[in-house]
Design a protein around this ligand. Sequence first.
Ligand code: URA
Length: 427
Amino acid sequence: MNPVSIIARKRDGGELSAGEIEAFVAGFTRGDVHDYQASALLMAIYLRGMTDDETAALTDAMLHSGTTLVWPDGSPPQVDKHSTGGIGDKTSLVLAPLLACCGVQVPMVSGRGLGPTGGTLDKLESIPGFRTDLSIDEIHRIVDRVGCVITGASAEIAPADRKLYALRDVTGTVASIPLITASIMSKKLAEGLDALTLDVKHGSGAFMKSLDDARRLANSLVETGRRMNVATTALLTDMHQPLGAMAGNAVEVDECVTLLEGESDGELRALTLALGAELLVSAGVDDSAEEAECRLADEIASGRAYEKLREMVAAQGGDLDAAREVAPASAVESPQAGYVAHIDSEQLGLAIIELGGGRKRQGDPIDHAVGLKMLVRIGDRVEQGQPLVGLFERQAHPLARRMTLEAFQFSDEPVAPPNLIEERIGP
Ligand code: URA
């Protein structure tokens, strides 16, 4: 394999074979292909794109750069959900235990906050004792015993993605649909899944700002899953405003616990049930989304899903009953009367980072106690002085408060709220 001729062909708009992609990625993972050569190929891919065949080959090569989870014959179907991320996006915490009550298993390998969007692992670490660094053996044992796990990617899973992502980050090549597809799918498919559903968000708090871009990414992800023989579907969902009420860390865990205690029926519940239904239908547990949603609702109503969350948390060293610290709340009030027309959700995510609830640099510590509570939604009529957001802050933080306030725009005319689920992509 000559890396230079592979780079040059992609630079000139040619198509690479699966063998060439596999050899390049394997060489890069071993250290035989240099960072500057991988950077050049990444830029060529960014500029020239990839065919579906090439994207699937890149995913396969990255997936097989490390360990994959292998489940014994006769195990229940293995399923998972991946979200492209957003503010207040906490469905994983509810979905994993809920699905584990329904005859499937969930070996969820998850991530930390990326930019203004929160990370599932950071949220879970607000539970005292909760471990997110499980070994491959521990993942197998807990999934076998409890039915679900949520942990971080160990160094053994898709190491090529870890190295490539670090290069993409510093070479302006993150925003490429084939590269994002291979990055996400290599890590998810390393879990040894039978079914995967993707929550692809669009809007002010999402990676993909427009519905068209979200649709292009979702199509690429679903097509790659299909080519890799994993039943894959996607929902295009709203991120023009935070999902549910809470955004932060401990406060999001509290919201999930409340949902599993059966005390909530808002957007978070609706989206969680829709995503769960996708997986139960793909895994063959239910024949229709309606049937699956009824099953999921029953598991919440019976308290079994809540008990399953406690079981998972305990298996991962945590104590769901131990107090989770939440900082004191104070209201951010509306400067005017009108209809809530626009919420800059990314700005709200950045305000949480200012409060200490997210990272400015890799490795920064996180204050799990801070965050915010949305008190209004797009389309709501508000009066001057009405609280828009509750800020959970350690002490008065004028910058975070100003950022929160500036995230809101108002209209004198009524405004239609955005659709929670815009579209479904899949068979
Ligand atoms: N998330 C990932 O895991 N990879 C990307 O490339 C983008 C988002």
